[in-house]
Ligand binder design. Structure first.
Ligand code: FAD
Length: 374
């Protein structure tokens, strides 16, 4: 089976890139699992926030917003973003973190609003006084419908003639006659170019292809859900986030979703929650609120993968322009996916980044694997 482009991984990165590239090329997406989205993409907190990550991440997030707000016709039959907001909270000893946050926001031209304790309590009445030494509100943060976004990309890809092949773990990659040959249990596939969107396994794919790795470190993050107290409907609450990402909680389908903000390095794997991290989430949420988490309803963990500078890696490898990276999405891969997909598609076509990304001071070298010598 011959293709112009083989994309490895059908998570949000692979699906969004495939959707873009299928407009111009004959594309196949090869996915090891039976279910696309089984790994990190299906395990996120589903939040869109323009206050998260370094300036490059923030620019990619803001550049993605128009796609989420006005997706192509037929992409989804309901809105992809829903109102949520984020309330950042800080204890007395977190004053310097609040000041740093405000400085970074001002430098980026953002308008983080510091609000008084009474207003924070009006938004989330279960917050404890000690957690509300200072608080900031981001009104424009949104809940994302991750399933609809992911399925929209995959449906759009198929409508453009692209294919998704599941149960197709790449086990061997060869370079013959200027083309790649990918060996999988679902058959062999040849392609002129590879896009490596394999999430936590992206460095393993590079090694199979004989390409220099980027030093990707997958980091486990844990989440759980629990019931709110009887008679309390948390649906209108914003997400509550510790100013230093030590915990967060947010409404989730009638329940509350919480995380201890853990970042434990892990080999690429089907990540599972550890008891210690679940206990930390419970302890931190209970310390910051009047909530009591008597029972964990659901628990899970996923791998957020980073390179050293915590900026995604998008672009051709140094070893040859036929191997493209789309990796290192960290904790921002859903909300940045439309912009990153357009970026990698432009680079595959041999163009510069799209004009709207360049207008946000994004450059191909800043995203390129060359910046880390790969
Ligand atoms: C708890 C948690 C909360 C998060 N919250 C948010 C949030 O609120 N907002 C946000 O934007 N992001 C969030 N993220 C981050 C986001 O989920 C990730 O950045 C994003 O899902 C990464 O997508 P991906 O496609 O790169 O990886 P994945 O979804 O992991 O996809 C990679 C795919 O590659 C496949 N693959 C690997 N090796 C092979 C092989 N050899 N052959 C074939 N296929 C292969 C895998 O099976 C997998 O399906 C969160 C993550 C976690 C864990």
């Amino acid at each position: 089976m011959n293709f112009d482009i083989a994309i490895i991984g059908a998570g949000i990165a692979g699906a969004s890139a495939a959707h873009e590239l299928a407009a111009t090329y004959k594309v196949v997406v090869l996915e090891r699992e039976t279910q696309p989205g089984y790994h990190t993409t299906g395990r996120s907190a589903a939040l869109y926030t323009e206050y998260y990550g370094n300036p490059i991440i923030r620019a990619l997030t803001i550049a993605s917003r128009p796609f989420f707000e006005r997706p192509p016709p037929g992409f989804a039959d309901h809105p992809l973003l829903l109102p949520r907001g984020v309330l950042f909270v800080a204890t007395l000893d977190q004053d310097p973190a609040v000041d740093g946050f405000l400085r970074a926001a001002a430098a980026a031209g953002d308008s983080a609003v510091e609000i008084v304790r009474a207003e924070a309590l009006r938004k989330v009445p279960v917050l404890a006084e000690c957690a509300l030494h200072r608080s900031l509100f981001e009104p424009d943060a949104r809940d994302m419908d991750v399933h609809a976004i992911h399925q929209g990309f995959l449906r759009g890809l198929r409508a453009r003639g692209g294919q998704v092949v599941t149960d197709a773990e790449i086990r061997r990659i060869e370079r013959r006659g200027g083309r790649w040959r990918l060996h999988t249990p679902a058959g062999d596939f040849t392609a002129a170019r590879i896009v490596n969107a394999a999430g936590a396994w992206a460095d393993e794919i590079a090694r199979l292809a004989g390409v220099a790795p980027i030093g990707l470190v997958p980091k486990r993050r844990t989440a759980l859900t629990f019931d709110p107290p009887a008679g309390i409907d948390p649906a209108p609450w914003p997400m509550v986030c510790d100013i230093e990402d030590q915990f967060y909680f947010k409404p989730e389908a009638g329940r509350l979703l919480a995380s201890p903000g853990d970042e434990t390095p892990s080999p690429p794997c089907d990540a599972q929650p550890e008891e210690i991290d679940l206990a930390l989430a419970v302890e931190r949420v209970e310390a910051a609120t009047t909530l009591k988490i008597a029972r964990i309803v659901r628990k899970w963990a996923g791998l957020r993968s980073f390179v050293a500078d915590k900026t995604p890696v998008v672009g051709p490898s140094r070893d040859g322009a036929d191997f493209f990276w789309l990796a290192g999405q960290g904790g921002y891969g859903i909300m940045t996916s439309p912009a990153m997909a357009r970026a990698v598609a432009a680079l595959v076509r041999g163009e510069d980044l799209p004009a709207d990304l360049r207008a946000r001071n994004l450059t191909a070298p800043a995203l390129s694997p060359a910046r880390i010598g790969a």
